[in-house]
Write a protein that binds this ligand. Structure first.
Ligand code: ATP
Ligand code: MG
Ligand code: MG
Ligand code: MG
Length: 564
């Protein structure tokens, strides 16, 4: 591909509406462009990476014996009523009526459609096991679409569905998918963990999530330092009994602190709506709203808050910040304010829960020695996490639990008979008896995988694509100027590499070297060959590796051979 005839609209400035690095870099590298909230155009570079991930997924699905199909995006409501999810799924399901007023939805997932297909076609135990998959556009009307392809409303998913004669056979199908998922994410060059997970709205009775480790991840996961136990925080266990050992023994105390704002004043000040706030203190740090809590002189609340929010670190708000917001006098709120970042508050705000953190709750007064569970009523959030950093592992004797942030890129479920029962998907066994089919379902977010990969592979200059999902393997930067020999040599290298099956981007644009190098770094092509007039006199070019930054000046043939 010739850069001059291609479509890579790179951007110098960091887009202001992109919070996470992968979103910023995908916009800047001209990989994606937003059409509407959570809805994106995939530009050539973005599409090439997406197709790479799809291809890896396809190869591993095929290798595991799954069969590719393609189901419609638009689904009739009847099937969703049969499964019981039409009412259950809520607003994430985008619904609409056709001209005859029949109800439809945009498929957020395809259990209903595939089960309907199978119930009509599979009659005998001889037709199973069967595993059908597709790579297709899904629509979920996410409450907060954000982070670019990471949490879109329209996004590409690989979803697979297995059908088996009994639970044991279904377990085999599940484990095949689990292994295939490991291979897929390994091949994508990702640092990930497979963790035990909750089953959520998909339902079913057993599941694992594949989590890419990244600070920007929206999920908290725990893993054992010694064995391979790992779980989503929602599902995590530990061997510690209760929280008594951490509790602050001192009684709750109400102290007079003239000038202290009431919680209503604080929330009004911050512009958050929290009618149910009982004992919450919300602060501002660096002009961003943050949740804060009064700590006393032990770390129970800090640990609890960390776990609750699933963050490894929470920021301390300084004296001045606490005072500014709460009006508390010096020496009171100061050293005891703990803060978590605005992002978290925004999440909580969406779910209407500001009330899990303790603190001052009336004008002119202040609460001391607050214990999160002992003294607080948690009214709208029941998921106070019960695992803390350093807890003993539930599976082994020696391990301690560690806490990470993760991006869920894949999810495998053992569904059992949930959908087959509801939709009456049955078959005749060897004795001619009617039985219910056992199912499993398996999803991978294709775009999210590319985004997660960028979260893990970038530097201050841009993306550093791992070879398997890079849009091109090699970029040839022709620093032509007025020199024809450079042009000729670059064309030759370009042709030769292409013939060898290398995916090459020839930067033949009439631009200055610095400009070309900046773009090359930004779009993250793993290898770069620089053809410049000076080295060319000696028949040499420069070969640079994007990740290490290593540069070698080599004879043309040698450089080409290395890239091949
Ligand atoms: P999340 O917890 O992030 O909302 P989910 O558990 O709802 O995801 P699943 O129903 O398990 O998602 O879907 C399978 C996969 O599809 C996920 O593991 C993820 O990789 C991807 N995915 C889900 N929602 C989105 C989205 N809004 N944008 C991009 N990818 C998504
Ligand atoms: Mg979801
Ligand atoms: Mg999830
Ligand atoms: Mg999931």
């Amino acid at each position: 591909m010739r850069y001059s005839q291609y479509f890579i609209p790179t951007v110098k400035e960091t887009p202001s509406d992109a919070e996470v690095i992968s979103h910023q870099l995908m916009l800047r590298a001209g990989m994606i462009r937003k059409l509407a909230a959570g809805i994106y155009n995939y530009l050539p570079l973005g599409l090439r990476s997406i197709r790479k991930v799809e291809q890896i997924v396809r190869e591993e699905m095929n290798r595991a014996g799954a069969i590719e199909i393609l189901m419609p995006a638009v689904q009739p409501s009847e099937l969703w009523k049969e499964s019981g999810r039409w009412d259950f799924y809520g607003k994430e399901l985008l619904r609409f009526n056709d001209r005859k007023d029949a109800e439809f939805c945009m498929g957020p997932t395809h259990e209903e459609v595939v089960t309907d297909l199978i119930r009509k076609e599979v009659r005998s135990y001889r037709q199973m096991p069967i595993n059908l998959y597709q790579i297709q556009g899904k629509f979920r009307d996410e409450i907060r679409p954000r982070f670019g392809l990471m949490r879109g409303r329209e996004f590409i998913m690989k979803d697979a569905y297995s059908f088996d004669v009994d639970e044991k056979a279904a377990d085999t199908s599940y484990s095949k998918m689990y292994q295939a998922y490991r291979r897929i994410f390994e091949r994508c060059g990702l640092n990930f963990r497979a963790v035990e997970a909750d089953t959520g709205t998909i339902g079913g009775n057993f599941s694992h999530e594949f989590m890419v480790l990244a600070d920007s991840g929206e999920d908290a996961i725990v893993s054992c330092s010694a064995c391979d136990y790992a779980a989503n925080m929602e599902k995590a266990e530990s061997r510690r009994d209760g929280v008594a050992e951490h509790a602050d023994p001192r009684p709750l105390e109400r102290v007079s602190t003239p000038g202290q704002r009431s919680i209503e004043e604080v929330t009004a000040f911050l512009g958050v709506n929290s009618t149910q706030v009982v004992k919450t203190l919300i602060l501002l740090a660096d002009n961003e709203p943050v949740v804060a809590l009064l700590r006393g002189d032990h770390d129970l609340n800090e640990i609890k808050l960390k776990n609750h929010l699933g963050c490894a670190e929470i920021e301390m708000a300084g004296d001045d910040v606490v005072q500014q917001v709460t009006g508390a006098p010096t020496g009171f709120a100061g050293p005891v304010g703990l803060a978590a970042k605005v992002k978290v508050v925004a999440d909580l705000a969406v779910q209407g829960m500001h009330n899990f953190v303790t603190g001052a709750n009336a004008g002119d007064e202040h609460l001391k020695n607050v214990n999160l569970e002992r003294d607080c009523t948690v009214t709208s959030f029941t998921d106070i996490r019960n695992v803390v950093l350093g807890d003993p592992c539930p599976r082994c004797e020696s391990g301690k639990l560690e806490i990470w942030r993760g991006i869920e890129v894949g999810h495998v479920f053992k569904l059992g008979t949930k959908y087959s029962k509801a939709l009456k998907a049955t078959f005749l066994d060897a004795d001619g008896k009617e039985q219910i089919i056992f199912m499993g379902c398996y999803g991978i977010g294709i775009g999210r995988t590319v985004a997660a990969c960028i979260e893990q592979n970038h530097d201050e200059n841009g993306i550093i694509f791992p070879l398997p999902i890079a849009p091109f393997h090699c970029i040839v930067s022709a620093l032509a100027g007025k020199d024809d020999s450079v042009k000729v040599a670059s064309e030759q290298i370009y042709e030769e590499l292409q013939q060898a099956g290398v995916e090459v981007l020839l930067d033949d644009r009439d631009e200055r070297p610095g400009f070309k190098f900046k773009d090359a770094d930004l779009i993250g092509i793993p290898l770069r060959i620089v053809v410049g007039a000076k080295s060319l006199v000696e028949g040499k070019v420069e070969l640079k590796e994007r990740r290490s930054g290593n540069v070698e000046v080599l004879p043309i043939a040698e450089a080409v051979a290395k890239v091949k």
